[in-house]
Design a protein around this ligand. Structure first.
Ligand SMILES: [Zn+2]
Length: 161
């Protein structure tokens, strides 16, 4: 038996002003998308902005439903729409933000497990890493790849092994 360790690296910024221009633009797009979320039940508005290799910027926000189980997260709304519209164009980056009714969260918004799984699948699909930008008032976290959010992820190759 061996004990193994997985490390992830991320960059922490103190404010949007410190970010590279492209990340800043993605956060701003995610923040405005969050304002259009359909979140009448949770009042928790999430926004996502996806940058594609061809320069297209696709945004999404959470869509809730009275039966709760039929809603969808902002990240997956944006990612699925991006891949539906541009099926052969790789995803380069995604920014995620959340607003709890009192403003943007103090600490970085964290994608749920299902969104992490979809992000990893998208990396596998296009065989390239996706830059992840997680917005918060006090800190912004930037990761170089989605797999850092989901170590030991289930991947398509498992289906054929
Ligand atoms: Zn999610």
């Amino acid at each position: 038996m061996q004990t193994r360790e997985i490390k992830i690296l991320f960059k922490e910024f103190e404010s949007v002003a410190e970010l590279p221009a492209q990340d800043k633009q993605l956060i701003e797009a995610a923040r405005s998308a969050a304002l259009n979320a359909y979140a009448p039940y949770s009042k928790f508005q999430v926004g996502a902005a996806v940058l594609l290799e061809n320069g297209e910027l696709i945004t999404g926000n959470n869509q809730e439903n009275a039966d709760f189980t039929d809603g969808l997260c902002a990240e997956r709304v944006a990612l699925f729409y991006a891949q539906a519209k541009f099926p052969s164009v790789p995803v380069k980056a995604i920014a995620v933000t959340a607003n709890n009714g009192k403003g943007i969260l103090e600490e970085p918004a964290q994608p749920c497990g299902s969104c992490r799984q979809v992000l990893v699948e998208t990396e596998v699909r296009f065989n390239q890493p996706i830059r992840i930008i997680l917005d918060g008032k006090q800190h912004i976290h930037v990761l170089d790849e989605a797999e850092s959010l989901l170590p030991l992820a289930f991947k398509p190759k498992a289906l054929n092994s």
